[in-house]
Design a protein around this ligand. Sequence first.
Ligand code: C5P
Length: 274
Amino acid sequence: MTSDQVVLRAPAKINLTLHVTGQRADGYHLLDSLVVFADLGDEIVLTPAAQTSLTINGPFAEGVPADARNLVWKAMDLVGQPHQITLTKNLPNGAGIGGGSADAAAVLRHFGATAGAAGLGADVPVCLRLGAQRMRGVGEQLDPVPGFPTLHAVLVNPGVSVATPQIFAALSSKSHPPMPECLPQDADSADIIGWLAKMRNDLEGPAQNHAPQISQVLAALRNTAQASLVRMSGSGATCFAIFPDATSAQDAAAQLASDHPDWWVRATRLNSPG
Ligand code: C5P
């Protein structure tokens, strides 16, 4: 680690809700989604260089393009200051938790180059700010959700990569009700969990048809002791369960990891300060 290196965090994005409310003429879907970030994610080390280069390591490096196709490289091109990039992929790919978007957003955030974010992908703007946000439009309309509590969660991915366009295309209806106009303000976690239970992820049905392993993950999460809300994030395949405290989340994660050694299982805090 030299003095001109910087280390950036790229936290996982979780859609606590994802309502599909319509479709634009260009095919993109209108969303109403409550988004928070986990205390785990990818890591990026940047070193100034004459030309941009990219090295990828970590448990999910395999298959990730290490060239100008990678969103993190595209973000660096937008910034216009070449760097040697080392990306540690701790997050599964094609997983509904924003991996590539979070990586690009971390670079744009560091350099304050936020203008072209939406051009890199619908989830990049929400990943620029790390707090709880309500995301509408096709991802460009963002409102912070002040006072949102920290939630204890377990994330599970069964190891299937899901192609987002296919899941959106399989929706039988493109027009579901949005969330209520007013979200809970300064509610505690028990109130939020009760409220979340009345919301939805409209992509859960089509994603389960596409990848039946998602149904197994949802069932396994529901079977854990003390899980109070179980849902899929994004277009899948990662699903989450919310727990009353860190201990019950860790216990559930340990049990799931032991029962399903081939699944990616992590206990995490969502929307934790700092
Ligand atoms: O913007 P991004 O490249 O992340 O989106 C991937 C694909 O997901 C899009 O090409 C589109 O098919 C679908 N999508 C959508 N509506 C959104 C976001 C993504 O239809 N709001």
